[in-house]
Design a protein around this ligand. Structure first.
Ligand code: FMN
Length: 147
């Protein structure tokens, strides 16, 4: 049986609103992911949007859990809320150590809605929409690079 899990969470950035500082910190996060995720067989995507992070981690359950614990204790964000942690048939971002979906001043997604949701099934559905949106954003960034 394959041991592939998807974990998605939302968190609030503690990086403030200096765009240069934010970009620099995000670069360092992505550099850490490039260094650490491939040996753990973890892939995924990260979005910074309107003061929130949204991240999908995909890989073996134990590796995803271990990495998530490290990430949770990082003081560059707070209020981490898991959207889902489920077995999955495939990877969305198999080609990336950590795909970057981009920066956005305003949250383009219903992040507050997801966070406000007390309903687990509803939160999951919105979480999956976020992951789909990240996937499209990553694709758009890749297209942009080719032109
Ligand atoms: C939103 C967010 C996402 C992160 N994602 C990853 C990740 O995918 N992989 C990773 O190794 N570190 C990630 N980090 C950084 C870790 O918390 C930690 O700083 C890093 O793993 C330490 O790496 P090092 O032991 O190689 O110095 C993330 C941090 C934040 C705030």
């Amino acid at each position: 049986m394959s041991d592939l899990y998807h974990l998605a969470y939302l968190s609030q950035s503690t990086l403030g609103d200096n765009q240069v500082f934010i970009r620099n910190e995000v670069e360092q996060i992505l550099a850490a992911a490039k260094r650490n995720n491939p040996p753990r067989n973890v892939t995924g995507a990260l979005l910074y949007s309107g003061g929130y992070f949204c991240q999908l981690l995909e890989g073996p359950a134990s590796e995803v859990e271990h990495l998530f614990e490290v990430i949770m204790s990082d003081d560059r964000h707070q209020g981490v809320e898991i959207l889902f942690f489920d077995p999955a048939p495939d990877r969305y971002f198999g080609a990336w150590a950590m795909a970057f979906a981009g920066y956005d001043e305003r949250p383009p997604f219903k992040i507050m809605g997801v966070k406000a949701s007390q309903d687990d099934i509803h939160a999951r559905a919105l979480g999956r929409n976020l992951v789909d949106a990240m996937s499209r954003l990553v694709e758009a960034r890749e297209q942009g690079r080719k032109h």
